[in-house]
Design a protein around this ligand. Structure first.
Ligand code: PEP
Ligand code: MG
Length: 667
């Protein structure tokens, strides 16, 4: 075994980035590596454990390395720590040897915090240290039946709250709103409920039993050496607290009242519910001591457009309330008590960003043409009439995807032909002649409808969903198709079928539509398919001979190509649409379509991701269909691109081996 003492020279200590760098290096060796700080000794290969040590700048850590490659590990770790663990801004070597000799410079009085960038944008304002109160459960056990009933009522009420939170978020960020579906799912966790009822049977009150069961699960999750899983512990805590507060008749958990001016929120951690309750007018930015960029709070902050920094270290909690700060959510840095010139500079950058956004919105009606004259259509994904109105106002050149599920969910019987017809007609009219691609019902075992008798499925994402379900339920499908055909007289409507995996499904669906058109003596309607199952991408040349267009659903295509549940919290980072496997499927689809003179859109979330846009343009995608609020900025981005350069970039990334390599090459 080898042992060594090293001084951490990074200005913010062993936080976030340097910790990650250290852990990544430790993991590259077979040897068992332990890091000790004070009396705490932890596994050097666990980023959470290393972060929880809270090593400050200039302090010494003791390292023990035991294994076959211990010599190489010792040298590498020594060198990495000496050279600043990936950060240029670290103390020079001789200053670090003796912590007492470190003289605070100007910046030490006004420390710069280095966390992890979680949501882009700059926030300048006073800090509000948000403290949440522990929920104390002091209730008296009555009898098992009443306690079980109380619990049932509380979970039902919690599910209702979550459903309405989901609905609120749906308007701002429909994909991210799904986080609250996961919370609803947690409420129904059979193992959890079983544990609670066992505790109640042993004379624990509903509140005590629930709290104990939740605590056990949080601890279990936290003890797993996986940062993503540890972040998910917060989701369990969030759901747990919601039910507890309902049981105890309490409001939210914040200790202090909210000031009447906008603030930058500092907190140990935030639950998704906390973050979703923040309003952009009151919260300028968020800085979290713990957490990670894939936490649900970070995802929500991005969706809400609130700049955020995470993993900033527990020292941030010692900063006095009201102290001013500049937070940069794109770099992960936070400047405390900045001087006048720093504030001026940050205000300048903020203004520049706002100007950029304003310029994008001003030019939103103009087409998106690259510097070398290549046009890309930018359309919008909409879920209802009001989305379509926003889309039109934001300069969308059509609706690239109308998700019709909204008409079918949360009701006890299927919508009638008349009802559907009037909604489709209104949306077509709201787009003033621009094309509206109506996607037929994409529902399945994962989203059951009370009026469709669907047997339980072990793997609902691989079951009877999308076109499979519609073809098996002609009464529902025909009603929808008739409504669409009727509405097509009032605008430019195209029909798109979801989840097509076989040419025979497309042919069967097309026949149903052509029969209806013939019967109604309506004018012809263009029809296409979503390419979101790998088999459709691989067979694109066969489809291309028959369809009018393709639209690539990168959300599902990524899920099915990588065999990673798109809602799985622990896989969120890896289920990356920029994986070369997914990009190759997109490339194949575009090639096949263009060979047959057909066009291709992308309507999955990847189409609106700024890092992905140059690649998709380079791959030859003809249309990007994005969330309505993003239309103007995507158009503006396309105008900055050079098509030929994008083609070169696309060629290059198709040859990469992993999504990480693709992303690295974009920098
Ligand atoms: C997709 O899968 O990318 C898509 C756009 O469809 P949805 O997200 O509705 O499944
Ligand atoms: Mg899909």
């Amino acid at each position: 075994m080898r042992e060594l003492d090293l001084v951490i020279r990074n200005k913010t200590g062993l936080h976030a980035r340097p910790a990650k760098e250290f852990v990544t290096l430790a993991k590259s060796f077979i040897s068992d590596i332990q890091i000790q700080y004070g009396d705490k000794k932890v596994n050097a290969k666990s980023v959470i454990s290393v972060l929880t040590l809270g090593v400050h700048s200039g302090e010494t850590v003791h390292i023990e390395i035991d294994g076959t490659d211990e010599e190489a590990a010792e040298l590498a770790i020594q060198e990495a720590v000496r050279s600043g663990l990936g950060e240029e801004d670290h103390l020079p070597e001789d200053e670090g040897e003796d912590p007492d000799s470190i003289q605070p410079d100007d910046d030490a009085d006004k420390p710069g915090i280095k966390g992890v960038a979680a949501a882009p944008g700059i926030a300048i304002g006073p800090i509000l240290q948000l403290v949440t109160e522990e929920i104390v459960v002091d209730e008296i056990f009555t009898d098992p039946d009443s306690e079980n009933e109380r619990l049932k009522a509380a979970t039902v009420a919690a599910a209702k709250e979550l459903a309405s939170l989901r609905e609120e978020m749906e308007d701002v960020a429909s994909e991210e709103a799904a986080i609250f579906d996961v919370h609803i799912e947690l409420l129904e966790d059979p193992e959890l409920l079983d544990d609670v009822s066992k505790r109640i049977a042993q004379n624990e009150s509903a509140g005590v039993a629930w709290q104990q069961s939740i605590v056990v699960r949080i601890e279990r999750m936290k003890s797993v050496e996986d940062a993503l899983l540890a972040e998910r512990a917060l989701d369990i805590q969030d759901v747990g607290n919601r039910v507890l507060r309902i049981l105890l008749g309490q409001d939210d958990s914040f200790v202090q009242t909210w000031p009447d001016h906008p603030v930058v929120v500092f907190a140990e951690d935030l639950t998704p519910s906390d973050t979703a309750s923040f309003h952009k007018d009151r919260v300028l930015g968020i800085c979290i001591a713990a957490g990670g960029p894939t936490s649900h709070s970070a995802i929500l902050a991005r969706a809400l457009g609130i700049p955020a920094v995470v993993s900033a270290g527990s020292d941030i909690l010692k900063i006095e309330n009201g102290t001013s700060c500049i937070l940069d959510g794109s770099t992960g840095s936070v400047l405390i008590d900045p001087d006048e010139s720093q504030v001026k500079q940050a205000q300048g950058t903020l203004l520049e960003e706002k100007d950029k956004q304003a310029a994008a919105e001003k030019a939103s009606a103009d087409p998106a043409i690259t510097q070398d004259g290549h046009r890309v259509e930018v359309a919008a994904n909409v879920g209802n009439l009001s989305d379509a109105e926003t889309a039109h106002a934001m300069g969308a050149e059509g609706v690239g995807l109308l998700r019709t599920e909204f008409l079918f969910l949360e009701r006890s019987s299927a919508p009638s032909e008349e009802e559907q017809f009037s909604v489709y007609r209104d949306i077509a009219q709201a787009m003033h002649g621009q094309a509206v691609i109506i996607r037929t019902l994409d529902i399945g075992g994962d989203k059951p409808l009370p009026y469709i008798d669907l047997p339980h499925e072990d793997n609902p994402f691989l079951g009877e969903r999308g076109i499979r379900l519609c073809l098996a339920r002609p009464e529902i499908f025909n009603t929808q198709l008739r409504a669409i055909v009727r509405a097509s007289e009032f605008g430019t409507i195209r029909i798109m079928f979801p989840m097509v995996s076989d040419v025979s499904e497309w042919r069967a669906a097309r026949k149903l539509v052509t029969d209806i058109i013939e019967e109604m003596q309506a004018t012809n309607i263009e029809m296409g398919i979503m390419v979101e199952v790998p088999s459709a991408a691989l067979m694109a040349d066969a489809f291309a001979q028959e369809v009018d267009f393709f639209s690539i659903g990168t959300n599902d295509l990524t899920q099915y190509a990588l065999a990673m549940d798109r809602l799985h919290p622990a896989l969120a980072n890896q289920a990356d649409g920029l994986h070369p496997a997914v990009l190759r499927l997109i490339d194949k689809t575009v090639q096949a379509a263009h060979d047959h003179g057909k066009w291709v859109g992308v309507c999955g979330a990847l189409g609106g991701e700024p890092t992905a846009v140059p690649i998709l343009v380079g791959l030859g995608v003809d249309e990007l269909s994005v969330a309505a609020p993003n239309v103007a900025t995507v158009k503006a981005q396309v105008r900055t691109l050079n098509h030929t350069e994008c083609q070169g970039l696309a060629k290059e990334v198709l040859m990469k081996a992993t999504a990480v390599e693709v992303r690295a090459s974009l920098h």
